[in-house]
Design a protein around this ligand. Structure first.
Ligand code: CA
Length: 229
């Protein structure tokens, strides 16, 4: 039975939502402040956290960053805003998915099961090797020619997605959908910005690419500098 931690200060949401999630087969613990939620997440090690962004003691995004610094627990954020800026921000801060208020318990339950499935699937994946690049999805560590490369969670996801399909052109639209889980276009800049950060960390540039090759107007392709993947 999946163990959930629900961090939500509003009693009129928390109580019925916890009950509905229990009815759907989850074990649910609840916290009403960010600090209590952080403590419970570390002490009780839940399988997944549902985090309300509007908390009385600390902004939910700040809590998400603090949590991400010390834990890889999957997090689904509940936000009152559904604009793209907000959604990109919470996904970049390390959320695995989001629901926009008001949402139903059925929708949240479906997203919880999808996130838990993804987590279970990635545990079976092995280290990817392309040229001198090693991408380990279990430890989420990357080395280039044997030297560790420090990446943000989003940069790791981006590199992992590209390294899983060496030599193939991956479109920005696909990256937005698969890496950022944004189901529509129009945020190409997000991909470009993260690609440029990733390039810098891999010691290359768009002008002098080694692994990451931009295909103008189409997308990006990761390949071994020696050829042959
Ligand atoms: Ca709230």
């Amino acid at each position: 039975m999946p163990r959930l931690l629900l961090i939500e200060d509003d009693l009129t949401i928390r109580t019925p939502l916890a009950r509905a999630l229990r009815d759907r087969g989850h074990a649910v613990a609840a916290a009403s402040t960010a600090m209590a939620g952080l403590r419970d997440a570390l002490d009780d090690r839940p399988d997944l956290v549902v985090l309300d962004l509007g908390l009385p003691d600390l902004d939910g995004r700040e809590l998400l960053r603090m949590l991400r610094a010390v834990s890889a627990v999957p997090v689904i954020v509940a936000t009152a805003r559904d604009d793209e800026t907000e959604i990109v921000r919470v996904l970049d801060a390390g959320a695995d998915d989001y629901v926009v208020k008001p949402f139903t318990a059925a929708q949240l339950d479906a997203r919880i099961r999808a996130v838990l499935r993804r987590g279970g699937a990635s545990a079976e994946v092995t280290t990817l090797a392309v040229g001198g690049l090693r991408v380990d999805p279990r430890s989420r560590q990357v080395t280039l020619d044997g030297a560790p490369v420090e990446l943000t969670p989003r940069e790791f996801d981006l590199l992992h997605h590209l390294a899983a399909r060496p030599g193939e052109v991956v479109t920005k639209r696909e990256l937005l959908t698969e890496v950022w889980q944004i189901p529509y276009g129009g945020a190409d800049k997000t991909v470009d910005v993260h690609l440029s950060w990733l390039r810098r960390k891999l010691g290359e540039s768009a002008q002098q690419p080694r692994y990451l090759h931009t295909v103008r107007g189409v997308g990006v392709r990761l390949e071994s500098p020696g050829g042959g993947g």
